[in-house]
Design a protein. Structure first.
Length: 352
């Protein structure tokens, strides 16, 4: 049933949205904020289904009607429903430009063709260029009838205050507050080995190599997934070259955004491991551990580390996440962070 999957990971958000639907009190625009971008996209999709479902229930959409199936369609990204439009950063600079917002505005002012409401979803809304954001303000101030706007952002503070003030904010909980991802297990084991190695530079570079292999594989997987979804090969012989170039740029931007998300998720898994060490140092309950299957190793490591060292390790991984969001050299930032985790004093990466 609709919202069931969301309720499993974001129960408070699911409850708020379902209550608003049941009472007929949906806002005209929402700002979904938090680091759980996957959950925010899921919420946007479920809300779009709920307002356009042919047989809605008290819990949300039916998930079976033609409207629901079109919104749930895997390709293109965002589904096939004519009244639900998704926009994302599509240029090589990973910005959402004014042409994209104008296309969305035109769509929102048209009458729904299949459903009851027009829905516009802006993924990574903090990537709105200033010109695009200012242009979109008019739509936020005077939304068309039967329209719903959903802005998704991991860094909402980067949005114009005027944009933020015109949306009802819904805060999503941490993306990692569930279960460890199996694919991240070798990285977690490598970090445990590094931290327990007494400041081993060799183990730092061993983990560095493992992370590079993992990230290269993720990048390749994401690129293949995006390329398969776009299915551009069928148009290469007949389509206009400029159209193809634009679509290829869109594919590149989508792949880049998804890769960044997967990279951040892997690093968040490591960050939670470092947080678990601190929990053990502080004598916290075992139920508080994220990596509960590594409880014995974590407690052993905690016995050999000081609280100050554990906090410094957390700071190193948080700094790495911030630097990667600012487009520093990935390999260099990883190398410096892992050497710091090994206990070495290393010069900071220069962010230009």
């Amino acid at each position: 049933m609709s919202f069931k999957q969301l309720a499993a990971s974001q129960p408070a958000v699911a409850a708020v949205l379902q209550r608003s639907l049941a009472n007929g009190r949906l806002a005209h625009a929402y700002l979904f904020a938090g680091d759980a971008m996957g959950d925010m996209e899921l919420a946007a999709r479920e809300l779009a289904k709920a307002v356009n479902c042919e047989s809605p229930t008290k819990q949300g959409a039916c998930d079976r009607c033609d409207s629901c199936r079109k919104i749930d369609a895997a390709t293109p990204p965002g589904g096939q429903h004519p009244d639900v439009q998704w926009i994302r950063p599509e240029s090589k600079s990973r910005r959402i430009d004014i042409e994209q917002t104008r296309d969305l505005e035109k769509s929102l002012h048209l009458k729904p063709s299949l459903g009851r409401m027009k829905v516009g979803v802006i993924v990574e809304a903090d990537r709105l260029g200033r010109e695009a954001a200012n242009s979109f303000l008019k739509t936020l101030e005077e939304p068309p009838d039967r329209s719903l706007l959903l802005l998704l952002s991991a860094t909402p503070e980067q949005l114009l205050e005027t944009v933020q003030s015109r949306c009802q904010r819904v805060q999503f909980g941490a993306a990692a507050a569930r279960e460890p991802v199996a694919a991240h297990a070798p990285l977690a084991d490598g970090l445990l080995a590094l931290l327990g190695g007494g400041g081993s530079v060799l183990k730092a570079y061993k983990l560095f190599d493992s992370m590079r292999v993992f990230l290269d594989a993720e990048k390749k997987r994401v690129e293949e997934q995006v390329e398969q979804a776009a299915q551009l090969d069928r148009y290469r012989e007949t389509a206009d070259p400029k159209w193809l170039e634009k679509k290829e740029e869109e594919m590149e931007a989508q792949a880049s955004a998804e890769y960044r998300r997967q990279r951040a998720a892997a690093l968040t898994t490591l960050e939670w491991l470092l947080r678990d060490v601190l929990v053990c140092i502080e004598g916290g309950d075992a139920a508080l551990l994220f990596h509960r299957d590594r409880g014995d190793a974590l407690r052993k490591l905690a016995g050999s580390q000081t609280r100050e060292r554990a906090l410094a390790n957390l700071e190193a991984i948080e700094t790495l996440q911030e630097q990667l969001e600012r487009n520093v050299n990935e390999a260099l930032a990883l190398e410096v962070a892992l050497l710091r985790l090994s206990g070495l004093t290393v010069p900071a990466v220069v962010v230009t």
